[in-house]
Design a protein around this ligand. Sequence first.
Ligand SMILES: NC(=O)c1ccc[n+]([C@@H]2O[C@H](COP(=O)([O-])OP(=O)(O)OC[C@H]3O[C@@H](n4cnc5c(N)ncnc54)[C@H](O)[C@@H]3O)[C@@H](O)[C@H]2O)c1
Length: 280
Amino acid sequence: MENRFAKKFSLAGKAAVITGASGMLGRKHTLALLELGAIVVMTDIDINSLVQAKKELKDSFPAGEIEILPMDVTSEKSVESVYEKIQGMGLRVDVLINNAAINPTASSLVGSVRTTRLENFSIDRWNKELDVGLTGTYLCSKVFGTAMAFDGKGGVILNIASDLSVIAPDQNLYRQEGLDDSLQAVKPVTYSVIKTGLVGLTRYLSSYWADKGVRANALSPGGVYIDQDREFVTRLEQLIPMGRMAQPDEYIGAIQFLCSDASAYMNGQNIVMDGGRSVI
Ligand SMILES: NC(=O)c1ccc[n+]([C@@H]2O[C@H](COP(=O)([O-])OP(=O)(O)OC[C@H]3O[C@@H](n4cnc5c(N)ncnc54)[C@H](O)[C@@H]3O)[C@@H](O)[C@H]2O)c1
């Protein structure tokens, strides 16, 4: 029997911009939207990685329509120039996924200083990481969201946050026996601030252009398993009711739902997909 509702998921004839698209999850978000028929404009600061990502995606999905454009989300000029290039291609951006981030490692021992610890965290690093994760999302939402709002057609903004948008990091995950407290690795403060800030920005955007048909939501993924240190993984698994980290493909369904008309009445929400970690 035909599923008449399935067409709500279609993005045929629509274009989507993804930031940080050549990264691990950016490629999956791209695939998610290609599968729905969208033309995907993959943007990233790393052009070589974009070229490689396009090649790999075309190999696995030859019919997919992919454009690649270098874009630094921290530069308004760069974002505006990409907006103009996309217009020049005759495309109208219907979907924006703000995914770019500097994903900090918890380690970062420089000499005998643990630079990720709050006591030692530098203002330069704070500014750099907030610039990409938070300011970048604001700039892209401003430029592409304004265009969505004012040509009468609306659109969708999806901000990629993290389970750390709703819970504090558990610093015991990174603890190493025998190390002095001052040298223990920690998840940096910026990550929590950025991801929580993105939820606030999402709420702001969701009411700001709602009357112009622009919806904004956030997706908060839990950690993806990519062969991390076994002890870290074992500890993390104990915090997750489902007892495991996510597979890279497991957010594809949520991306498809949140970026299409299947979620037409969802606005301003933070969808947490974390195997249940944040509810215990
Ligand atoms: N991987 C996970 O387990 C996980 C879990 C929860 C949330 N997330 C979030 O998902 C998103 C993607 O994560 P990922 O694991 O694919 O990370 P990733 O590091 O593989 O990808 C991030 C991408 O952002 C790009 N980038 C960095 N600075 C940029 C800038 N100034 N302008 C444009 N692009 C820039 C990088 O070049 C990279 O391709 C991030 O927002 C991350 O915080 C990831």
